[in-house]
Design a protein around this ligand. Sequence first.
Ligand SMILES: Nc1ncnc2c1ncn2[C@@H]1O[C@H](COP(=O)(O)OP(=O)(O)OP(=O)(O)O)[C@@H](O)[C@H]1O
Ligand SMILES: [Mg+2]
Length: 442
Amino acid sequence: MAHLVFIETTALGVQSIAYAKRLGHEVTLLRSPLYDFITPPAERARAEVLADRTLHSADLQEVGLLTGLLGEHGIGVGDVDAVLSTLSLCVLSASRLAERLGAHGTPYEAAAAARDKGRCREILRETGVPSLGFAVVTTPQQALAAAADIGYPVVIKPVSGVGKAVTSIVKDPDGLRAHFASSAEELRTMQPGIAAELDERYIVEELAVGELYSVEVAAGSERFTPLVAVGRKMGRDNPVLELGCTVPSGLPADEEAELGRYAVRVCEALGLTLGIFHVEVMQTVLGFRLVEVNPRISGGSLPDSVRMATDHNVFEILVDLFLGAPAPARPLPWHRAASHTFLAAARDSVVPRDLPADWFEEFRPRLHSGWNRAEPGARLRSMKGNFDTFGMIRVVGDDADRAAREVAAVRRDIEERLGFALTAVAESRGEQAAAAPARGDG
Ligand SMILES: Nc1ncnc2c1ncn2[C@@H]1O[C@H](COP(=O)(O)OP(=O)(O)OP(=O)(O)O)[C@@H](O)[C@H]1O
Ligand SMILES: [Mg+2]
């Protein structure tokens, strides 16, 4: 029996804890109310029921506090086999704690380099992995100079940003000035758990133009495997916004293999030798280019879509890796297609009060799965990032294009039922196909 320490969990990440318990391992869960906004109460409660013990701390970033807390329960150096986190905001802390306890963990230096988008691109440059032009800046003046150098349009985002916090695509100097002007307000109203991640550093990057993909790269026992590649749905009006995924990716086999090799090179260059890493990559005319690498498994709904398409659970593979198993030898073969789309309001909106409480149920028969938090009368904030979604809809079928078209059609019908605009998906990802006449196959 091994002892695993999890720092926080995402909603779907509870599956890792459940799996570790099914295998008969001991699980300690470290939690803080700072991250309550990420994981719904039911999943949080389930994680705590599954874990052998849950230790609460006001702060999960200070490794001394965590070792102290564990020490109070008789857990010290040599008592723990692995420390991991499925939550972006806690991966660095998990790496640090693993090193301190002499347990398996994602190497801290590598995780820290990945979480620092500037350092990450520096390493790619040093190791010859194709990347994008960039500069790290702390003032609007430096940002203007960097953008002039790189050439507009550019992306500006916090070096350790998550969830699309204060991220903009800007096409001219005025856009950059507007970014800095509005960022102060955004930082003021942000969840403290996210604000704690950010400092005054921004990265200004060349804009990669093309289709966005992500790859889950598994690393363990000196093997790196691109487990699964998926196509990502971006916002039509603001491509920074992330609106869902389709698995399989839809890329021809040779291009998907090249994408996998590229994502593996990125993880190798950074030294991400243990874990599952979420690598976001744009296919540009010049080839695949990194958008960012998250030194943790995918968040959102993607892991469940992968499970539905491949019959493999990436949260189980994650636990196996941390317990010393080598990365799977090959990418996960897929048997079905799954496409999910997030629901979010394009502008501040109110759900009509006269809708039935169970309005979402009307759409269930057309879906494989989904959820909705928009009750009649609810006020919805216009979508600024990942945490502003109020629902998710998913179609599973034989064909990726068809699944994407079907889920797009349901999204449009939901929009009509709600009577306000939802954040629209960029046309290349199923929406356009849905608007076009059916190709005779329904
Ligand atoms: N250099 C770039 N070129 C083109 N698009 C980009 C670039 N950088 C970021 N984007 C877009 O902005 C989005 C957010 O950027 P990024 O993934 O780096 O930030 P994030 O806030 O860490 O997101 P996450 O929620 O995945 O943690 C990307 O998904 C992509 O659509
Ligand atoms: Mg991202």
